[in-house]
Design a protein around this ligand. Sequence first.
Ligand code: ADP
Ligand code: MG
Length: 390
Amino acid sequence: MNVHEYQAKEIFSKYGVPVPRGYVAHSVLEAVENAKKLGGNIWVVKAQIHAGGRGLGGGVKLARSLEEVEELASQILGMTLVTHQTGPEGKLVQKVYIEEGVDIADELYLGVVLDRAKEMPVIMASTEGGMEIEKVAAETPEKIVKVAIDPAIGFQAFHGRELAFGLGLAKEEIGKFMKFASALYKVYMENDAELIEINPLVKTGSGDFIALDGKMGFDDSALYRHPEIEAMRDISAEDPSEREAGEFGLSYIKLDGEVGCMVNGAGLAMGTMDTINYVGGTPANFLDVGGKASAQTVAKGFEIILKDQNVKSIFVNIFGGIVRCDRIANGILEATKLVDVTVPVIVRLDGTNALEAAEILKSANIANVISATDLEDGAKKAVAAARGEL
Ligand code: ADP
Ligand code: MG
């Protein structure tokens, strides 16, 4: 689960991670009220969507008067903001954050992520703040300092010093930075976060560190331990197809290829996507129908996959372990009655009762449904079908 910048900052500030003062607004009127409440004479109007790169897309703007706050808030609220993280369709802005303007002397980067290979959280810092960190990592990886923290030891002064020295901070800045990084690590651990990103972490004119931006993602499986964070969930900002899938117990992630995938089990789903790539195609999605696939879930799966206009074929790749293949075959038949399946469907069913399943599909003889013998055959047929070559 992801939260908005204003919510991440709310969490930061509970842990003593310095953030600028600000208030979230749902209307232009509220935006102006918030600016008045903040006082001062420079405000920043910031679109709240679950994506970064808002500044470049025109979703973060500086206002020097209350009139300007009003003008910018009415411009940004309701706009469809397109950034490199939203995809070309963009995201509707339903809230803006009104924040005090900060005197920026230097922009740094600070993040915490889980390194699965090291099995530890890693703090990443860079002098190249304000830029896309993926770009920094690709072009100038030496400008990123990484320090892994063994959770059994926790954040120690030597970790902080390693980061601070890596950033080339001045002597008098080191103590402040270490306090900041240590508090951020605590935010990460105590809230079961998967990712925290502060880009930019700003050094102010008066030599303080402050989180100018804030991004947080949480481990969904641990949300039950944090009802206050679960309450921050903004369903309206999430992908509607992914949300709908979740309600039916399907794990769905939209991607941008042409071959829709319906698979049981996350591992097989990954393998299927890899194989589609291997034979020269691109998967349109990740979809794990789970171990309890029924006609209804299969139908729902088709419906969700077909909402994506890019989908030119669907590859159903099910391994019958606990779930029996004949049941899935019947599910597919049922599903084609419930949903208008407009693209070729390539079906590979293997495992328990695979032969019975093949019989069922064969005797039903549905125009759009094509059988495959194994994973590679299925992937090849699905890719060929997507190209109209089958
Ligand atoms: P995004 O990463 O989505 O573009 P940011 O919150 O990082 O959004 O804002 C983009 C840029 O806008 C920052 O790099 C910074 O230069 C400027 N900015 C953001 N918030 C403030 C603020 N409160 N005061 C001054 N400048 C700001
Ligand atoms: Mg940013």
